[in-house]
Design a protein around this ligand. Structure first.
Ligand SMILES: Cc1ncc(COP(=O)(O)O)c(C=O)c1O
Length: 486
């Protein structure tokens, strides 16, 4: 459960004062889920504000309904992209929510805001004396640094040195400190080590560890899951079903949306995707991989294995090749020739590397479960190619210019995806993976074994209890805002 009762009245009063001085109003979860609830005067203000501007009103843009424009956008339907059969080679309908239209260009800004909100409204986080530390393999620390800036809180971003140049360059403009930890994508242990070191040596550091913060799960359960439901209601033909959700796990926050779908649509399955080069769930394995945003070699504390029906391994060479097919001129021409509508091809830059990895996993999932044309599979296009231009340039340097011949091969590879490395999780498999948490979280990071057991044995109370806190949390946010407005 999120601690909503421990408060620091003095620090809370300072937070209220600071928000009043800076004109900061916090969004509620209800507003993030349904922006029509945002007061009209704040919506009007957004008319002159850019999507990425450091402006407190952009807190209201932490939702899936932003108009897809760089500046002045208000709210419309959920941002999503359905990929046609000519590109997926499967009968089922594959639909990804699009993260590009969040401030910072990735949906992780929601997880970051959700982790900070309870600490601000209880006064447990005092930005006049502390710095918010955002450990991440990429977008969460970007989101955290950005949200901190909107709220006038100083921040420290932690991410692996191997992440893309675009991330580092922007972060330097947003966070007070940027710490690069050794290794690449899958070196999460090194990130945890840095957090332990900061906690021991920096009394001003408050760690917002997305991998164990329940508000991360809560945000996706409360906001992302209903966004998928809204898309389904919009696109479903009579008799259509939700086949499931296929989501890779960085912190396992996004998987919270899968739990929502599973509860809302009987028969929907949830699959977790991971890189084949680091098959932690599939094989308790380890290794380095190139799907930026998915950190592994551990199971996040907030991953609810009871709600995870399958694991899908994705060879990282696939998204690496497919971002070229989707974005290079020769690739796009090949796709149009194959019958993909030019307007769809023009939108393929909405998928970053992990988005393409998710697409591959969703196709494998649809094929494995033999889903038909009346079934919709949801996945996540977390961020866009805006974050990975340098990767395309690197590949052109390494592999030569992208040619029609290579595009033909890559499209064949996509059409011919097999169902290898799909593991339907038995009850024992689920428990096996859940129990892996013991080694990271109980042995190394000091979590209680009772809570680990409660996540499994008392799963209904544990996860259900957490989700039922959202009303109380919203009431606290509203009370806080009322004091800010005086
Ligand atoms: C690009 C990208 N894809 C996928 C993920 C995984 O999302 P989650 O942390 O919610 O599991 C992340 C997380 O940072 C990410 O940055």
């Amino acid at each position: 459960m999120i601690d909503l009762s421990t408060t620091d009245k003095a620090a809370r009063a300072l937070n209220v004062k600071r928000c009043r001085e800076k004109g900061i109003i916090l969004p509620t979860y209800a507003q993030m889920r349904d922006p029509s609830l945002i007061p009209q005067k704040y919506k009007d203000e957004l008319g002159t504000i850019g999507l990425w501007d450091v402006h407190p009103r952009n807190l209201f843009r932490v939702n899936w309904h932003n108009e897809p424009v760089e500046k002045g956008g208000k709210f419309g339907g959920v941002n999503y992209l359905e990929l046609p059969r000519e590109l997926t080679g499967t009968k089922a309908r594959i639909v990804g929510l699009v993260g590009k239209w969040f401030p910072t260009g990735a949906h992780k800004v929601g997880a970051a805001l959700s982790c900070l909100l309870p600490e601000l409204v209880t006064g447990r986080f005092d930005p006049t004396a502390k710095k918010a530390v955002w450990p991440s393999t990429g977008n969460y620390c970007r989101g955290g640094a950005y949200i901190s800036r909107l709220l006038s809180c100083p921040s420290i971003a932690i991410l692996p040195a191997g992440m893309s140049k675009e991330r580092f360059e922007w972060l330097k403009t947003m966070a007070e400190e940027v710490i690069a930890t050794p290794g690449c994508e899958s070196n999460v242990k090194e990130i945890f080590d840095k957090c332990i070191e900061l906690e021991a040596t920096r009394p001003d550091a408050v760690i917002f560890n997305q991998f164990d913060q329940l508000p991360n799960h809560l945000w996706h359960y409360t906001v992302t899951g209903p966004a998928m439901e809204e898309v389904f209601k919009k696109i479903a033909k009579s008799g259509d079903h939700v086949g499931g959700a296929v989501l890779s796990s960085g912190s396992a926050g996004t998987l919270g949306s899968g739990s929502y779908l599973r509860e809302t649509f009987p028969g929907a399955r949830v699959a977790v995707a991971e890189a084949l080069q680091c098959p932690t769930i599939l094989e308790n394995g380890f290794g380095d991989h190139r799907i930026e945003g998915i950190g592994d070699k551990h199971i996040p504390w907030i991953h609810n294995l009871r709600d995870t029906d399958a694991a899908v391994g994705v060879d990282d060479e696939l998204p690496v090749r497919l971002i070229r097919l989707f974005n290079e001129a020769a690739g796009r021409a090949t796709l149009v020739e194959a019958g993909v509508l030019p307007e769809t091809v023009a939108k393929l830059d909405l998928l970053g590397i992990s988005g393409v990895g998710n697409l591959v996993a969703a196709i494998k999932f649809a094929k494995y479960y033999e889903l038909g044309e009346d079934e919709v599979v949801f996945t996540m296009f977390t961020d866009s190619m805006a974050m990975y231009g340098s990767r395309l340039a690197e590949m052109n340097a390494e592999r030569g210019a992208y040619t029609q011949r290579q595009a033909d091969r890559d499209l064949d590879m996509l059409m011919g995806l097999s169902v290898d490395h799909v593991l339907e999780l038995s009850q024992v498999d689920k428990r096996r993976v859940h129990q892996l948490k013991y080694f990271t979280w109980v042995e190394q990071l000091g979590k209680g074994v009772d809570e680990l057991r409660a996540q499994w044995n008392g799963h209904r109370e544990y996860w259900g209890g957490l989700r039922s806190q959202v009303g109380a949390l919203d009431a606290m946010i509203e009370e806080f805002n009322a004091e800010v407005l005086g």
